[in-house]
Design a protein around this ligand. Structure first.
Ligand SMILES: [Zn+2]
Length: 261
């Protein structure tokens, strides 16, 4: 069923607000996964442990009203909080839009929202702590595997893509003897294989990762913010590329083929 743009646009603010609230939940989840806390219970300040009132927990708005500080201990609140909320909202909205315009599928929407959430969790973990949350990835991979089977991909195709994804980074890990990337990146490669079973899309994703990573290195080095040979976490470029390829892999492939043909 193809929906007209004019029918779906009134839902955009609702989806965006849902994304903001879900992003707020992801922030809370990321901290609890990192600390090994239980997932349930009221939000608390990571510095002083004080419980956060509901009116101090409104996505983005509370961050601005509190002027980046905890109401109780006055310690600075990380930019991670509004950034994750906004990113989640923007990508949830994109997913809803693309889905609605290409024949609405609940399974595909669930798949997209799950993948976006997992990519944002991995992004923050690698950015802040140079870690890949492997247990979370495995748990998420099982959900994506089930949804991809529903979407019509065969077990063989999913398995092959997972092998290519993990193998690509395992090979680099062996060649560089673990200096260029970590074990977590091999897990992330396998996970991305499962998430992008179309091999063309997977190769585009890896290609884009090295372009974004390379450009970022050059920019940081020319600004004197990074020394030659110092490490940048690969996971952040992989997740950024995956978020782009989720919606625009086909466009990127066509654009690239147009350039070389
Ligand atoms: Zn505090």
């Amino acid at each position: 069923m193809e929906l007209d743009f004019f029918i779906i646009w009134p839902f955009f603010p609702l989806v965006f607000i849902f994304g903001l609230i879900f992003g707020s939940f992801l922030n809370c989840l990321i901290w609890r996964l990192y600390k090994g806390d239980t997932i349930w219970g009221r939000s608390y300040c990571p510095w002083c442990g004080h419980k956060i009132h509901w009116y101090d927990n409104i996505p983005v708005i509370s961050f601005l009203l509190l002027k980046r500080r905890c109401r109780f201990c006055k310690k600075k609140i990380s930019w991670q909080y509004p950034l994750v909320e906004l990113l989640t909202a923007i990508f949830f909205l994109l997913s809803f839009r693309f889905n609605a315009l290409s024949g609405f599928s609940v399974v595909k929407l669930l798949f997209d929202l799950t993948l976006i959430s997992l990519l944002i969790i991995v992004f923050v973990f690698d950015w802040r702590w140079f870690l890949i949350p492997v247990q979370t990835l495995i748990f998420g991979a099982l959900i994506l595997l089930a949804l991809n089977l529903f979407l019509g991909f065969s077990v063989g195709q999913l398995f092959l893509a997972m092998l290519i994804g993990a193998g690509f980074f395992a090979l680099q890990y062996l060649i560089t003897r673990g200096r260029g990337l970590g074990e977590g990146d091999i897990w992330l490669g396998g996970f991305l294989g499962l998430a992008f079973p179309d091999i063309g899309h997977l190769i585009t994703l890896f290609f884009l990762t090295y372009i974004i990573g390379g450009l970022t290195s050059i920019i940081l080095m020319s600004l004197g913010l990074k020394k030659m040979g110092s490490k940048l976490p690969l996971g952040i470029f992989l997740t950024i590329s995956a978020l782009i390829c989720l919606f625009w892999a086909e466009n990127l492939i066509n654009w690239y083929l147009g350039l070389i043909l």
